[in-house]
Design a binder for this molecule. Sequence first.
Ligand code: AP5
Length: 218
Amino acid sequence: MYVILFGAPGSGKGTQASRIAQKVGLAHIATGDIFRQAVQRGTELGKLAQSYMDKGQLVPDDVTIRMLIERLDGLGGASGYMLDGFPRTLAQARALDEALARREVAVDKILYIKVSNEELLRRLSGRWTCRQCGAVYHQIYQPPQEPGRCDRCGGQLYQRDDDQPATAHQRLGVYFQQTAPVLEYYRQQGKLVEVDGEPAIEDVGRSLLAALGVPSPR
Ligand code: AP5
């Protein structure tokens, strides 16, 4: 199964992918996480990506597409992927279709997590992320057991620079301008499923699993 989790910054893609990808046996690939790891390691890719991420802009298509295809190649015979944060432009969507067609497979579904702008900003401004394992928390909606410490690995929690209000607004602007048209691309292919992303994390997770045909107990 080849699934895309789609939504604006802060809609809950990372939160949901980390919970459900394993459940349905898919490899979770998040381009934002790959870029942040490259920044942490200080690689050339990381330096380049950081200059765009700091401004809330998209990393150029040629760099992002190459990186993603290399990652897919590295997964070899994986039985499927859950993509989070890719594709974000029409050029990326077309490149993904071509890459999958070369493997004689195709995107099965794109799950669009729909959330209002006010809620997106509340989620971004309250988000805390683990420096070590990347787990995501929210100071109100999903607080860690001990403030500043990751429940999963004990790592230190930090607030992403691009969640500062000015950059978060810029990222939302970029999303509506450059990324939202990707929805229409997949709508025309009949692959788009819209899921209400406003309810609590567990309920959104259940809706996503249902959209994938996987029942989950209440
Ligand atoms: P990326 O890391 O992909 O950022 P994003 O798409 O902006 O998404 P976020 O990580 O901000 O949000 P999310 O939807 O994962 O929400 P989360 O689950 O954390 O990209 C960062 C940058 O990298 C980009 O700006 C760009 O520069 C670059 N980049 C990445 N991919 C690229 C690409 N393909 N092309 C070019 N450039 C690229 O949840 C948010 C918060 O809400 C958390 O605190 C969480 O606890 C909380 N929450 C989640 N769900 C709920 C819920 N149902 N109820 C209450 N709270 C909730």
